[in-house]
Ligand binder design. Structure first.
Ligand SMILES: Nc1ncnc2c1ncn2[C@@H]1O[C@H](COP(=O)(O)OP(=O)(O)OP(=O)(O)O)[C@@H](O)[C@H]1O
Length: 233
């Protein structure tokens, strides 16, 4: 279980989260939307233990929490294979076991031939695939996804999205996923939350039949209510 109790977070002198309440149970898949700069990434970093709240409590009783960021964040001085092996060593795998598992994941991502490459030799999409492989390889029971498909072309987005869904179905891991694509999110999560003015609110998932452009506009950037027209007889 992941629990936020009245969590307040301040960054750069601003109050970003203002009494956030959140519960995520094992196996639950939750989407997180909201305008740019409202604190979605910060909320994920709190869940991952990378930030600490100013007040309130973040309790994370999942055994293995993994986060994939908007950008790949690979170690530039280590090979692609080593970038996968390092967290596997930290998770208790021996050297041979870590290399075997890392190689299997690179194969699954279509990157087996890039195992000895340096991260700078990869395209942006390849680097993001390595970052996702790194997140999945440690078999997380809570996966935190911060728009990891944002920089990818649509075909690769779909391919990696499908791989992600298959892996979640296989492992039963819980998910907290930030996305600016509500329709894709609707296909991936059980429920959705919207971060606004420092608080989390339930948010309706868009109907899959709504075209992408409309679905993207409606839940993410709601317009203020139009002034009421005087009724005519
Ligand atoms: N390292 C930092 N130091 C100071 N302030 C920061 C830092 N990182 C983020 N902030 C501020 O915290 C607020 C929330 O940022 P955050 O990145 O969590 O928002 P977000 O909703 O994820 O945005 P986006 O959708 O654009 O990624 C913003 O006002 C941002 O300027």
């Amino acid at each position: 279980m992941l629990e936020f109790d009245r969590v307040v977070l301040e960054r750069g002198g601003q109050r970003v989260l203002d009494g956030v309440e959140l519960r995520i149970a094992p196996g639950e898949r939750v989407g997180l939307v909201g305008p740019s700069g409202t604190g979605k990434s910060s909320l994920l970093k709190l869940a991952a233990g990378l930030l600490a709240p100013a007040s309130g409590r973040v309790g994370n009783r999942f055994a293995r929490t993994c986060m994939a960021f908007q950008e790949p964040r690979l170690l530039p001085w280590r090979s692609v294979l080593d970038n996968l092996c390092i967290p596997l060593h930290a998770a208790g795998h021996d050297k041979a076991g870590a290399r075997r598992l890392a190689s299997q994941w690179l194969q699954r991502m279509g990157l087996a031939e890039r195992a000895d490459a340096w991260p700078r030799q990869l395209s942006g999409g390849m680097a993001q695939r390595v970052a996702l492989a790194r997140a999945f390889a440690t078999a997380p029971d809570l996966l935190l996804l911060d728009e990891p498909f944002a920089a990818l072309d649509p075909a690769l987005r779909r391919e990696l999205g499908a791989l992600c869904d298959a892996e979640l179905a296989r492992t039963g891991a819980a998910l907290l996923c930030v996305s600016h694509h509500p329709r894709e999110l609707a296909e991936r999560v059980d429920r959705c939350l919207r971060l606004e003015h420092g608080r989390l609110l339930p948010c309706a998932l868009p109907c899959p039949a709504v075209p992408d452009a409309e679905a993207a506009v409606i839940p993410l950037f709601p317009q203020p209510a139009a002034p009421r027209q005087a009724s005519t007889p």
